[in-house]
Design a protein around this ligand. Structure first.
Ligand SMILES: [Zn+2]
Length: 570
């Protein structure tokens, strides 16, 4: 029986299916197979180390040979169960293929399959790390695996099923063991410590579980060490010291320094960190940030976490260049401080938008992805079908006709058009009023916004001057690649009778308009706009020009952005 001096991994090795941690599906399936006596002659258990393969194999073997069995609930008291639990049953033969991998070893094993079990109803062969067998050994095993005597059962276990020949895979029932989740491991550690009557800090168990990388056995071994090292009280500081990790409290204070942009404090802390392995520090920082993401810590918004993680992954690659770890750490924290400034740039843009009412829809977002030589422009998809005519006395008959064709989309486009008018008035009362009085929506179809303009000379001038603004607002509402088609006043009267079909874009007098709206253009020198006669150039040009903005360039530099996406805010 287990002694108090036993290591925890052995002392708390599961003895029943229900004791298995994190492998519910597998223990249920095997239990069902045992209860219904639908047994295969060969099983393959694959999964990460420490995920419970060997424990499951032993429980399954015991279940097969229990006096009451085969049963999913072995009695634990009969001779077979007792011997199996003590790992000394003569008919359960365990072999480690990592050390016995040659053809002779397999020949010995095959020889044993010829003799009937000594005490139990089955003779069970558990072969661990089966992928380590040589090719010849596999071939020798194959025939026996295919047609073993009725009293023989094979349980093969491997961490690397891909290395097994297809012939082996096809002759076994394959069970894939999942990685045990960190939460389950932490709960199990807490359970073990409670049974051992040892006090602990919850966070220290999380650190241990993280270091065990999903292996319950490895984590329990670390816990053994921690109990000795921490003199019966498992806490964060002793666990981090034992594992050579950084105390989370120290990482907290580094990020405090980063957030307060206190470069001298950061430099001093980097000096302290130099006693640790640089790559390990980065791994710790990544784990720390991951934790912040799970906690939804408001100090670490997603965008910031994303930037920080990119900085960390860049820093990691510097180690391949044999860079000094102090230098890499200082560089990465400095980059993090710089990254905080981008938030300020966002704020500045926001402020600019608020104070000048500059079109808001283009907002550069550097995202680091696959390298692309030039910035990529991803326009927001524009709305598809909609058609309407502004309620206006002089074109009343047409209004009715068209409203009947597309009754549902009309309110939507009307709404958008009123929104456009509201925004124009909000931006410039004169421009907005002129627009409201003299421009009427006809339709929005196939990405073309068609309107008619019946502006008087004065208003025409205002509209022409403000055209770039109008266009930007239209793009904001209908999407960046919308085209504007303008109908002269009387032409509409003639043409609008028949249909709900797309209106052709007409350019009686092609006038080139500027590619980008300059703030200065708005009310004075820009006379190239067109409301009376116009066709919008491809929207990409505006976006491209926007990408040339110094502020965007600076942000691009700062984050070595390889891809910039321009999106409409609407
Ligand atoms: Zn039994």
């Amino acid at each position: 029986m287990a002694q108090a001096s036993d290591v925890l991994a052995i002392k708390y090795r599961p003895k029943r299916f229900e004791d298995l941690i994190g492998q519910d599906t597998i223990s249920q399936t095997l239990s069902l197979a045992l209860s219904s006596k639908r047994l295969s002659h060969a099983y393959l258990f694959s999964g990460l180390r420490g995920s419970g393969k060997t424990s499951t194999a032993r429980i399954f073997a015991k279940a097969l040979i229990c006096d009451n069995g085969p049963t999913s609930t072995p009695c634990e008291t009969c001779e077979n169960c007792t011997m199996a639990n003590e790992n000394r049953h003569i008919d359960i033969i365990e072999m480690d293929a990592a050390s016995s991998r040659k053809i002779d070893d397999i020949r010995d094993l095959i020889e044993q399959t010829k003799y009937k079990p000594a005490a139990a109803r089955f003779k069970i062969f558990i072969i661990d790390e089966v992928h380590m067998l040589t090719k010849e050994a596999f071939n020798a095993l194959l025939k026996t695996l295919e047609e073993p005597p009725a009293f023989v059962k094979f349980i093969l276990a491997t961490t690397d099923p891909l290395k097994l020949p297809a012939t082996i895979l096809s002759r076994t029932q394959h069970f894939k063991f999942k990685r045990i989740s960190q939460t389950l491991i932490v709960n199990h550690l807490a359970h073990v410590l409670n049974l051992e009557q040892i006090n602990f800090e919850q966070e220290s168990l999380e650190i241990l579980a993280r270091s065990g990388s999903g292996s319950l056995r490895d984590t329990l071994t670390l816990l053994d060490q921690a109990i000795i090292y921490s003199k019966q009280y498992v806490d964060v500081s002793t666990v981090t010291q034992m594992l050579g990790l950084i105390d989370p409290a120290f990482i907290d204070s580094i990020f405090d320094a980063v957030f307060s942009k206190d470069r001298s404090r950061v430099t001093a802390m980097v000096k302290e960190l130099q006693e640790y392995d640089g790559e390990m520090v980065i791994d710790e920082l990544i784990a720390y940030l991951k934790e912040k993401l799970y906690e939804h810590d408001i100090k670490f918004p997603t965008m910031l976490l994303d930037r920080f993680l990119h900085i960390l992954s860049d820093a990691k690659s510097l180690f391949f260049l044999n860079a000094d770890s102090g230098f890499v750490l200082l560089l990465l924290f400095s980059k993090m401080i710089e990254a905080l400034k981008l938030k300020e740039i966002d704020q500045i843009i926001e402020e600019l938008e608020n104070t000048t009412h500059e079109p808001q829809h283009i907002k550069p977002m550097p995202t680091v992805q696959t390298p692309i030589p030039s910035p990529q422009i991803v326009p927001t998809p524009a709305p598809t079908i909609a058609e309407t005519i502004k309620e206006e006395p002089k074109i009343e008959p047409q209004t009715d006709a068209i409203a009947q064709v597309e009754p549902e989309s009309q309110p939507k486009e009307d709404e958008r058009f009123s929104k456009l008018i509201d925004r124009l008035i909000d931006r410039n009362v004169n421009l907005g009023e002129c627009f409201k009085q003299s421009v009427y929506l006809i339709s929005f179809e196939g990405n073309t916004l068609t309107w008619q303009s019946c502006a008087e000379e004065d208003c025409k001038k205002v509209l022409r001057n403000g055209y770039s603004v109008i266009k930007f607002m239209v793009q904001e509402i209908w999407g960046i690649d919308v085209k504007i088609s303008n109908k002269p006043c009387d032409e509409v009267k003639k043409k609008s009778e028949p249909k709900a079909a797309p209106t052709p874009i007409i350019e009686p007098e092609p006038i080139k308009e500027p590619d980008i709206v300059d703030l200065a253009d708005e009310d004075n020198q820009n006379t190239m706009g067109c409301v009376a006669n116009c066709e919008t150039p491809p929207a990409q040009i505006d976006a491209k020009a926007m990408l040339q903005e110094p502020m965007v360039q600076r942000a691009k530099e700062l984050f070595s952005a390889k891809r910039i996406v321009v999106q409409s805010k609407v």
